[in-house]
Write a protein that binds this ligand. Structure first.
Ligand code: ASP
Ligand code: MG
Length: 401
């Protein structure tokens, strides 16, 4: 008998028809002789709607109250799915995150899972029940409700699969797998049979929305057998695992992140210590700094630029403006219409031609590169946001078509 964790995203449980369809998938897995644990997200746009409601009442709600509110969405979907499964004559129980034993750190709205006490869950499974668990939520050491950050139900599912030592963790969603690029943006995107944890982790941190990046990190750490597949079509999805057979593809995915802003500090004194000041300030305020570029010094001065998520830009600039003495300049320039476009592939570090091919494709598409950053398995460029879709398509054509 295998133990399977199945996770269903918001679109997969959006309405009655979808819930009935999910109930069928779940009960089929049960009929096939498996133990089945299910993790669900809130229905459709529920979480967005709740967020909007909060901001109508208070433009700066406390994160604790936000968690109480946002976690309610998943509580609705677990109970409804359990009812749909009851109706099919199966024995089932729904549990909130805290009932299912999710203990987290206390940082509201972006809490990390510390551990999962699976005793209740295992007890219910021993009674031969299908267990439906609310994703995205847990409880901290003070007994307060926490949530794991937007998109966090994937992480709930993978964490549960790891804690229960499940044989398989299936992430059901509205696409039928992982593609070489977002199929909504690139018409000829190709579905991958498999992708490695490292490649998937790069793709999710570089903007691919299909999985919560922390879930991939966790799947890699605990070697969880992970699969992404569609709840609407009964076809094989994409397997994500440690090692995959190296197909012909040097590059396996192309992605973009439009949530990128650039901050440039001009005339920073060309002396030791200033870079340290700038980035320790950013660290202190939890600003997520990404690509950093420093110009060659011109005598007394140099320029330092870096990117931050657009959602954090205001905070970053406020902090810098308050500390112009420490950072040595008050010349702060901001550009918020930047996009980071990246190509990812574990095979590319042994192949120097890949970078040249990328830059050539962008040149042919008449797109100017503003900054470049590379690692073993990825190359990212910053470009004007208005060209980001064009860049994706040009790169896809160069590497896959
Ligand atoms: N419902 C939450 C969200 O919309 C968590 C999730 O869907 O993964 O972010
Ligand atoms: Mg999601």
């Amino acid at each position: 008998m295998s133990l399977i964790v199945q996770k269903f995203g918001g679109t997969s449980v959006a309405d009655v028809e979808c819930l009935r369809n999910v109930a069928k998938i779940v009960t089929n897995a049960k009929k096939n002789g498996n133990k089945v644990v299910v993790v669900v997200s809130a229905q459709g746009e529920t979480t967005d709607d709740l967020e909007k409601k909060a901001f109508e009442i208070n433009e700066k709600p406390s994160k604790r109250e936000m968690d109480v509110l946002l976690s309610s969405g998943e509580q609705i979907s677990v109970s409804l799915l359990a009812m749909a499964i009851e109706r099919l004559g199966f024995s089932v129980i729904s549990l909130t995150g805290w009932q299912a034993g999710f203990k987290t750190e206390p940082n509201h709205c972006n809490a990390r899972i510390k551990k999962i006490d699976t005793s209740r869950l295992e007890h219910e499974m021993d009674l031969n029940k299908i267990v439906i668990v609310a994703g995205f939520q847990g409880i901290d050491q003070f007994g307060d409700i926490t949530t794991l950050g937007r998109g966090g139900s994937d992480t709930s599912a993978v964490a549960l699969a790891a804690a229960l030592n499940a044989d398989l963790c299936q992430i059901y969603t509205d696409v039928d797998g992982i593609y070489t690029a977002d199929p909504n943006l690139v018409k000829n995107a190709i579905k991958l049979d498999s992708i490695s944890f490292d490649e998937m982790l790069e793709l999710t941190t570089l903007g691919a929305q299909v999985l919560h990046s922390r879930s991939v990190e966790m799947a890699k750490r605990y070697n969880v057998n992970l699969e992404v597949l569609s709840s609407f079509e009964n076809i094989p999805g994409t397997k994500i695992k440690e090692k995959i057979s190296m197909e012909k593809l040097l590059v396996r995915g192309i992605t973009k992140d439009d949530d990128t802003s650039r901050i440039a500090l001009l005339n920073v004194p060309n002396r030791p210590g200033f870079a340290y000041q700038i980035f320790s300030l950013m660290g202190k305020y939890d600003v997520n700094v990404d690509v950093i570029l420093q110009s060659i010094g011109r005598g007394e001065a140099k320029d330092v630029s870096f990117t931050v998520p657009t959602s954090q830009m205001k905070l970053a600039v406020e902090v810098l403006e308050k500390n112009t003495d420490a950072i040595g300049t008050d010349k702060i320039q901001v550009t918020d219409s930047i996009s980071k476009v990246s190509i990812v592939g574990a095979g590319m570090h042994t192949n120097p031609g890949v970078a040249a091919k990328m830059f050539e494709a962008l040149y042919d598409a008449e797109i100017n590169i503003q900054m470049i950053s590379t690692s073993d398995i990825k190359i990212s460029v910053l470009i004007d946001q208005k060209y980001s879709d064009r860049a994706l398509n040009a790169l896809h054509e160069a590497f896959f078509e």
